[in-house]
Design a protein around this ligand. Structure first.
Ligand SMILES: Nc1ncnc2c1ncn2[C@@H]1O[C@H](COP(=O)(O)OP(=O)(O)OP(=O)(O)O)[C@@H](O)[C@H]1O
Ligand SMILES: [Mg+2]
Length: 187
């Protein structure tokens, strides 16, 4: 399976989610954008300006959409668009989907860095106003993804390793597992 994670907005969580999913699915990770992934996921992550199309891979796409990116989007099983609850991020998520929808029809919006139910409702409303059937799922604000990248371990690995993390991060872990399930089962 190929999963692309993309939005024109910076800081919405592309790299955080891409690393977590790639590690937990035991997939490769390819990005066209500089980040710590090659260090955090040594041997399985690669930064390349012209992303190669391979199998069992998560793509983390930063920056503008060029032809190399479009080829990968066309070949992807799922396109994940992370979006935070601010006007700019929502506008850029909508713009990203509009740019890509001729090339792929399987989108999932992940509302990220949520600080309450209102944040989720507002992201969902903004996206579904434009794309009425758009699936939107929630990931609350957390340190889990930052820790995951810094320790080179996935959210599920951190959960398995530490009872404290399993307990204190139980809400985000439940949301993250729902994301994993969606990616695996398409719902
Ligand atoms: N629920 C969440 N989902 C994603 N990221 C989160 C969440 N909560 C907190 N974060 C933090 O928000 C930040 C998101 O930044 P990240 O670098 O992943 O975004 P990005 O879209 O890759 O940005 P850029 O376009 O600059 O590459 C990270 O520090 C991450 O740990
Ligand atoms: Mg990034």
């Amino acid at each position: 399976m190929r999963i692309s994670i993309i939005t024109l907005d910076g800081g919405a969580g592309k790299t955080a989610i891409a690393f977590a999913l790639a590690k937990d699915l035991d997939y490769f990770l390819i990005s066209n954008d500089d980040s710590v992934i090659e260090k955090a996921y040594a041997g399985s992550a690669k930064i390349m300006k012209q992303p190669k199309i391979i199998d069992d891979v998560v793509y983390d796409f930063g920056g503008f959409v060029d032809t190399g990116v479009l080829d990968v989007i066309k070949a992807s099983d799922l396109v994940i668009v992370p979006c935070i609850n601010d006007l700019n991020s929502k506008m850029k998520a909508i713009k990203t989907i509009n740019q890509l929808k001729a090339h792929n029809s399987n989108f999932l919006v992940v509302a990220t860095r949520l600080e309450g139910d209102k944040d989720f409702d507002e992201v969902k409303e903004a996206l579904q106003n434009v794309f009425s059937d758009m699936p939107v799922i929630a990931l609350r604000k957390t340190k889990l993804f930052k820790n995951a990248l810094e320790f080179g371990q996935s959210p599920l690995e951190l959960e398995a390793e530490s009872k404290q993390i399993a307990y204190t991060q139980r809400n985000i872990l439940a949301e993250y597992k729902a994301l994993l399930k969606y990616v695996k089962d398409g719902k």
